[in-house]
Design a protein around this ligand. Structure first.
Ligand code: MG
Length: 166
């Protein structure tokens, strides 16, 4: 078993779509970043890369690389899932928290979990996403940005690593 942790923040600005957990959420602002700035998926990618001992998302997908400009972070999560398979690991479960003052994201959580689970090739019960506000305190509370935390537990894929393993 290996454990990893991820954290990310992006600023909320006008003129951007708001994408969280691979789901577009109607809102007057969106997150600013080189990719689609999906703060939840970035925290999850970092959690997985951390558990693998593979550094962080910035090392694998530099924000100076034009290939990643405007990219859906689901593609980044897919690439991280491939790395996971390459190293013979599976996601046992992941838990995460999105911290946002607005909009209310509760109604979108099941769709996010479904997207993430499908991308990581696990069941939706292995992906938990929580939402909270910052009680109007700090940059999140003032609506200046959205933060996300994720913790990921990996298990070795013995079947894949040792094809003759009974
Ligand atoms: Mg990020």
């Amino acid at each position: 078993m290996r454990i990893g942790f991820g954290y990310d923040v992006h600023p909320l600005v006008e003129g951007r779509r708001l994408i969280l957990g691979g789901v577009e959420i109607p809102f007057e602002k969106g997150l600013e970043g080189h990719s689609d700035a999906d703060v939840l998926l970035h925290a999850i990618c970092d959690g997985i890369l951390g558990a693998l001992g593979e550094g962080d998302i910035g090392r694998h997908f530099p924000n100076t690389d034009p290939r990643f400009k405007g990219i859906s972070s689901l593609r980044l999560l897919e690439a991280v899932a491939s790395k996971l398979a390459e190293k013979f690991f599976l996601v046992e479960n992941l838990d995460s928290t999105v911290v946002a003052e607005n909009p209310k994201i509760g109604p979108y959580l099941p769709r996010m979990a479904e997207q993430i689970a499908r991308t990581l090739r696990v069941g939706p019960d292995q992906v938990n996403i929580k939402a909270t506000t910052s009680e109007k305190l700090g940059f999140v509370g003032e609506g200046k940005g959205i933060a996300a935390y994720a913790v990921v537990l990996l298990k070795e894929d013995l079947q894949a690593k040792y094809p003759n393993y009974a």
